[in-house]
Design a protein around this ligand. Structure first.
Ligand code: SF4
Length: 224
């Protein structure tokens, strides 16, 4: 059988993605009942800073840095009150510390000047903060119960592709496919479920299909 017909057979076996998406979410929610954001924070400002620092590094690394950072820097003003070199030193271990320090200070400046020192609620206002890209705004909004889109990271991309939910490679196009498919009420938890599933079971190199709750009936890429 050619690879193309094999894929076609697999798609026929599991049925259309529109019918599978809710059962997929239900099963993953049981399997990964503890799936939630892995960053540590106690308020909106700490959430924003943690997400900004998490670019190009692990959540564990960010948590190690923010444990001390959030004791020293409590308000947006605190990030501007020290020399930039001191802030760079304090976030050094998260990598790209010069760019991140610049972004943090820019974002804090705007929060003070335009938003009375509060992290804005609106997605568009979040996007206007220096150094805040769509992914950061998405994560922050979702954690505050106001998901405006679906966060796409490397796990969400891989698992969505394996499940046949998207054929795209570009995160923006993947998100476009997913928001059409996933019920809006699940936009916030969907990425957490896929991230935890990707870490624990649907590994990039060795997906553990033999223990996967989506195999074989809900996943066209199942090897069992
Ligand atoms: S069946 Fe295999 S490929 Fe499909 S989601 Fe599960 S682990 Fe991943």
């Amino acid at each position: 059988m050619s690879p193309r017909s094999y894929v076609g057979e697999a798609r026929k076996r599991v049925g259309p993605k529109k019918q599978r998406v809710v059962p997929v979410i239900d099963r993953l929610a049981v399997e990964h009942a503890d799936a939630k954001i892995a960053l540590g924070f106690t308020n909106a400002l700490e959430l924003l800073i943690s997400v900004m620092l998490s670019a190009q590094t692990t959540d564990v690394n960010v948590n190690r840095v923010t444990e001390k950072l959030f004791v020293k820097y409590r308000r947006p003003e605190d990030y501007l009150a020290v020399p930039v070199e001191e802030l760079e030193q304090d976030i050094f271990a998260t990598g790209f510390y010069r760019q991140k320090a610049k972004s943090l200070r820019g974002a804090m400046q705007r929060i003070i000047e335009v938003h009375d020192g509060e992290v804005p609620e609106s997605f568009d206002d979040l996007l206007k903060l220096p150094g805040v890209a769509r992914k950061t705004a998405n994560v922050v909004s979702a954690e505050r119960g106001n998901a405006q889109g679906i966060v796409v990271d490397t796990h969400v991309r891989r698992v969505s592709q394996r499940l046949g939910f998207t054929k795209q490679e570009d995160p923006v196009k993947i998100e476009r496919d997913l928001v059409k498919l996933v019920p809006r009420g699940d936009w916030a938890r969907f990425p957490h479920l896929l991230i935890w599933h990707g870490r624990r079971i649907c590994d990039a190199r060795r997906p553990a299909c033999e223990v996967c709750p989506l195999a074989p009936d809900l996943c066209p890429s199942s090897r069992v």
